[in-house]
Design a protein around this ligand. Structure first.
Ligand code: CUA
Length: 324
């Protein structure tokens, strides 16, 4: 009797690891909840069917050959092999199809364009009113609102998935795919690229911050003003940032850095992570990323700067961290 208990304990242990910021079985949004429910219906349903099949198989081994044909055998085949699967699979099909259109309904105003690029995420907020807001590698959402995502890519196929909220949808060059998600619980979640897209595919994730509506509106409004003017070490960092030509690829609103090739850094300091959620956003990590991006993120378009003096790197890190 110890064995089944040990098995149950193992299953419980396995399921407990399903919680967390990146789990489809720990839903925090409407669409993810539908997927999780479908998962449990199918898993438990399949378990019940498996037990039934085993029971019938055991029963069949105990049947004695009948003198006048085997009517019991035919009945088993008819009910167990034809009627039962037809009814069960049809019910599952109808239930599954019923879930699909709900993933494709239009949103409620806010649209967010997400472009998957080797190996980061370009984010553009298109509110119903007000200016566009460009960001990268972090998506903020209002709780309780159906937000429409327009998904595409300029290079290769990526895929967009926030397991706790919903997805996943391919991001295909030359095509725009739509996805509508509704976050139900405020919190921080994690999304990831789920289509192999090159050497740093595994290093292509992003943070998702679901905020209360009023908080989100205030945040979005604040994004269209340039970040505060730096002073001291941050000011020195900005001058170095511009002198070394970082602005050819990166944009920082309010400065001459207006590049569009790499992530927009206007509010870089407010993000929790850097390098598409590969490192925590600390001054040390920023300096390390600039110095050896080729090691931290193989095949990224950004060149490494191993020859930059440590004090310059740290000043640039202070500047980037101050962009909030
Ligand atoms: Cu982008 Cu995998």
């Amino acid at each position: 009797h110890r064995l089944p208990l040990a098995g149950l304990a193992l299953v419980a242990l396995g399921l407990s690891s399903c919680a967390g910021v990146q789990s489809a079985l720990d839903p925090a949004g409407h669409e993810a909840r539908q997927v999780a429910t479908l998962f449990w219906v199918m898993t438990i349903g399949a378990g019940v069917v498996w037990c039934l099949v085993l029971g019938v198989a055991v029963y069949a081994t105990r049947l004695r050959p009948e003198p006048h044909g085997d009517a019991v055998g035919w009945r088993l085949i008819l009910w167990g092999g034809v009627v039962f699967p037809t009814v069960t699979l049809t019910a599952l099909l109808v239930y599954g199809l019923g879930l699909m259109p709900q993933l494709r309904e239009p949103g409620e105003g806010l649209r967010i364009d997400v472009s998957g690029e080797q190996f980061w995420w370009r984010i553009t907020y298109r509110p119903a009113e007000g200016p566009l807001v460009v960001s990268a590698n972090e998506i903020r959402l209002p709780v309780g609102e159906r937000v429409e995502f327009a998904l595409t890519s300029p290079d290769v196929i990526h895929a967009f998935w926030i397991p706790s909220l919903g997805g996943k949808v391919d991001m295909i060059p030359g095509r725009e795919n739509r996805l509508v998600l509704k976050a139900e619980t405020a919190g921080v979640y994690r999304g990831a690229c789920t289509e192999f897209c090159g050497a740093s595919h595994a290093l292509m994730a992003f943070d998702v911050v679901a905020m209360e509506k009023a908080e989100f509106a205030a945040w979005l409004a604040a994004q269209s003003t340039p970040p505060p003017e730096p002073d001291g070490e941050a000011k020195r960092g900005r001058d170095l940032f511009l002198r070394h030509g970082c602005g050819a690829c990166h944009r920082v609103s309010g400065t001459e850095a207006s590049g569009e090739i790499g992530p927009d850094l206007t509010r870089f300091g407010a993000r929790a992570t850097l390098g598409a959620a590969t490192l925590p956003n600390t001054p040390d990590a920023i300096a390390r990323f600039v110095r050896e991006v080729d090691v931290l993120k193989p095949r990224a378009k950004m060149p490494a700067y191993p020859k930059l003096p440590a004090d310059e790197l740290s000043a640039i890190a202070v500047y980037l961290g101050s962009l909030k």
